[in-house]
Design a binder for this molecule. Structure first.
Ligand code: MG
Ligand code: MG
Length: 257
């Protein structure tokens, strides 16, 4: 069952999404060399609570923080820490979620810390472009597989343009979102068009490609959370929560409309 939201409920989700968007914008301005991911986490929790919202990650299956901070070969679910200090040349992805009035927002960005390599910048660009392609395919009347196919196609296209073969991380993907963070349906980051559930007005989906400069395979660290690339290659992650409306996709976690 895929949850269908009324217009009013989507507006409530937009309010939650804005809390996430503003928090990520704040973190982007602070993610500099010398700053720890633990400090970013504290800023995030303060920003979310100041907005009257609840950090959805904190306590989620025991996760200890309000953001996931995944640096370099870490793909997703990195645990922020006071001892993990950002350095020039790092590539960090920050994933953030908030609950406002019972509605969830979930979004992620990837940021270079100072100067990173051209390949790393392109990796982040390709991941963001894949997300945007997926968002464009989130239209009523289509199928879930159309979104997966759009993400995969944009990844391949970016790879051809950049002369880099990007790995599409296996086993992780997007998800329905609304009264819970993770809901049906699961959204793979590759797939065939015309397959899967029909997309309907009122659905909301978190679209979140994860790409690497190498393998699509990952390993989970002993901390039970941090997912790293199996070959140590760097990874990027971009995510928006998106609603399907009569007027097309509505990016609920964008900073502006
Ligand atoms: Mg997320
Ligand atoms: Mg998500």
């Amino acid at each position: 069952m895929i949850e269908i939201k009324s217009r009013g409920q989507l507006e409530a989700m937009r309010a939650a999404g804005l809390v996430v968007a503003r928090t990520l914008a704040l973190l982007a301005s602070h993610a500099k060399a010398g700053v720890s991911t633990g400090e970013l986490d504290e800023l995030a929790e303060q920003s979310i609570r100041d907005a009257g919202a609840i950090p959805s990650f904190k306590g989620y299956h025991g996760f200890p923080a309000s953001i996931c901070a995944s640096v370099n070969e870490q793909v997703v679910h990195g645990i922020p820490s006071r001892t993990q200090v950002l350095a020039e040349g790092d590539l960090i992805s920050i994933d953030c979620g908030a609950i406002l009035d019972g509605w969830h927002g979930d979004s992620a960005i990837t940021l270079p810390v100072g100067e990173v390599t051209d390949a790393e910048l392109k990796l982040s660009e390709a991941t963001r472009a894949s997300m945007l392609a997926g968002i464009e395919a989130a239209v009523a009347g289509g199928r879930l597989g159309d979104i997966s196919f759009a993400i995969e196609s944009a990844t391949i296209l970016a790879g051809e343009e950049h002369g880099i073969e990007y790995g599409i991380v296996e086993g992780y993907g997007g998800h329905g979102i609304g009264t819970k963070m993770h809901m049906d349906p699961f959204l793979p980051n590759h797939g065939k068009p015309g397959k899967g559930p029909r997309l309907k007005v009122g659905m909301a989906i978190a679209i979140e490609p994860m790409l690497t400069l190498g393998t699509e395979r990952t390993v989970e660290l002993d901390d039970g959370w941090t997912v790293i690339t199996a070959d140590g290659s760097r990874a990027a992650h971009w995510e928006h929560s998106v609603a399907i409306t009569d007027d097309g996709p509505w990016v609920l976690t964008a900073l502006d409309d």
